[in-house]
Ligand binder design. Structure first.
Ligand SMILES: C[S@@+](CC[C@H](N)C(=O)[O-])C[C@H]1O[C@@H](n2cnc3c(N)ncnc32)[C@H](O)[C@@H]1O
Length: 200
């Protein structure tokens, strides 16, 4: 895939339009996250790479105490305008500004695709999760680059497709247990996304 803008720059340009594609973003998850969102009630939850809050808002509605982390202040401002009870934190998923053992659950959807390496982020999730905590991870497959355009012209945002078996292996090597793996596919063999439920 052609190299695009680093996510911080890319989402600064794209933030205002992100929510217009909510149905497209939802299509990577279908309804598979629902039971996990519901199970987050009364839990301390991190949404890593939260964007404008597509999942954070659902988690908050389900009764979770939500912290939303993102590298893009422009995306987080939009999230904050929708719900002021959610704590928003600007920061990097690969160097999270949180203490060890801080969260009962970490959710991360559609964001791993922007990281070149899988293991640094997974290691950070392991660190910030409490014992027995869960990571709900959505690893998506862009079959073609998402070409965006605005007044300044056409652009893409850096993406790295990660093979499902590599993500699973990296998680297992970091001592996560795989509670469940769901493959969302189109046709017989084209994968759309991998949903992993991982246990510390
Ligand atoms: C496609 S959006 C997904 C937003 C949201 N999770 C959702 O499911 O709608 C990807 C988000 O990941 C964020 N992101 C990319 N790289 C990041 C990093 N290293 N640390 C934190 N956030 C990052 C982007 O700024 C963007 O808001």
């Amino acid at each position: 895939m052609k190299k695009g803008l680093p996510p911080k720059k890319g989402y600064a340009r794209y933030a205002g339009e992100y929510d217009e594609k909510e149905k497209f973003w939802d299509s990577f998850e279908k309804d598979y996250l629902k039971p996990y969102i519901e199970s987050a009630k009364d839990k301390k939850v991190l949404d890593a790479g939260a964007g404008t809050g597509r999942l954070s808002l659902r988690l908050h509605k389900a009764g979770a105490e939500v912290t939303s982390l993102d590298i893009s202040p422009e995306m987080l401002i939009l999230l904050g305008q929708k719900n002021s009870e959610i704590e928003v934190v600007e920061g990097d998923m690969e160097a999270m500004p949180f203490e060890d053992d801080s969260f009962d659950m970490v959710f991360s959807s559609l964001a791993l695709v922007h990281l070149k390496k899988i293991d640094v982020f997974l290691d950070e999730c392991y660190r910030v999760l409490k014992d027995d905590g869960k990571l709900v991870l959505v690893n998506i497959h862009y079959r073609k680059p998402l070409v965006l355009h605005d007044g300044q012209g056409r652009y893409t945002i850096q993406c790295y497709n990660h093979f499902p078996r590599h993500v699973r292996k990296a998680a297992e090597e970091l001592a996560f247990g795989v509670e469940k793996e769901i493959m969302v596919t189109e046709g017989d063999d084209v994968w759309v996304s991998q949903i992993l439920i991982l246990k510390k």
